[in-house]
Design a protein around this ligand. Structure first.
Ligand code: DON
Length: 304
């Protein structure tokens, strides 16, 4: 497996087409598209990693799996009155479907749906407390107290996040927002700016790979059923309008972020994080997808 990880990084370095780094969040535009890292954490707790696997990046939309798990733990299935569970077939920041569907976002991973999820967590807290809750949840999942929020990236998105502001106000106009729009947006921008390396992210994702527990023989952090259901939404919606292509090429549940991070889970086998900042046309990591496609094929880990 060490060889498979190392080979994946070697091949990634040879690829000429790197994709485009996200520039609508100015801080993300500064990152070098040549970066590529991978980390694979197994049920026995061992982590195999290669490339820029210890370098920090914000996780952006990958944070949506953690907030979904937290929100389901807080409000349970009532969350599904406010957000659907169907693939959107549209861009992550699209506003189009919201009017047709009366302010109910298609799923918790498009930005509109993730804003509703964060809004439901915030209903029990002040914004700073909600953020502390999200941070301590992720730290507990990864068993790593050093995980932090990149304030510069959060600030950068706070200054330029006009689409998210529009989505949030639109949701509020349909009555699908319980808190002050600026409070929910503030928590959302900061959760997206959670800063992690591939090694840390692969460890934080273990609960999704191992039925709600962080490893074989460990206590469950979420129920088995909930972990499986979150993974089901990852495979159908985790790559937005690129979800079908990702399932076809890679074949495991995964969630991407515009920083070029992807968290993938191989049920009962491994939690994998890859990072490469250049994006494809759907806003998912171009090289990261290729790395996952290669390593999962080599290890024969597709769920299909
Ligand atoms: O809300 C945004 O636009 C970003 N903070 C996160 C979007 C994202 O990561 C989409 N994923 N590919």
């Amino acid at each position: 497996m060490e060889l498979a990880a190392a080979r994946t990084i070697e091949r990634a370095a040879e690829l000429q087409e790197r994709g485009n780094v996200a520039s609508y969040i100015p801080e993300l535009a500064k990152v070098d598209p040549q970066k590529a890292g991978i980390a694979i954490t197994l049920a026995n707790g061992a982590t195999i990693s290669a490339g820029d696997c210890d370098e920090q990046s914000t996780i952006q939309s990958v944070s949506k799996v953690f907030t979904l798990a937290l929100a389901l733990g807080t409000v349970g299935d009532r969350l599904w009155n406010r957000v659907g569970r169907e693939p959107s077939g549209s861009a992550f920041d699209s506003i189009l479907q919201l009017e047709h569907e009366n302010g109910i976002p298609r799923n918790p991973f498009v930005n509109a749906g993730a804003l509703v999820v964060t809004d439901s967590i915030l209903s029990n807290y002040q914004p700073k407390e909600a953020l502390a809750e999200i941070l301590s949840f992720v730290r507990a999942l990864a068993d790593d107290e050093t995980i932090h929020i990149d304030k510069a990236v959060a600030q950068s998105e706070t200054e330029t996040g006009h689409r998210n502001r529009a989505l949030a106000h639109y949701l509020a106009s349909y009555g699908n927002f319980n808190n002050q729009v600026d409070h929910t947006l503030g928590v959302y921008f900061h959760q997206c700016a959670l800063s992690m390396s591939c090694v840390q992210l692969s460890r934080a994702g273990r609960f999704l790979a191992f039925g709600g527990a962080i490893g074989a023989g460990e206590a469950r952090i979420v129920s088995h059923r909930r972990a499986k259901r979150i993974a089901a939404i990852m495979i159908t919606c985790g790559h937005y309008d690129g979800s079908g292509d990702f399932a076809y090429r890679v074949g495991v549940p995964a969630k991407s972020g515009v920083s070029g991070m992807i968290l993938a889970v191989v049920p009962n086998v491994a939690s994998i994080a890859v990072w490469s900042p250049g994006l494809n046309k759907n806003g998912n990591s171009l090289i990261g997808t290729q790395m996952l496609e290669q390593v999962i094929r080599e290890l024969d880990w597709s769920i299909f």
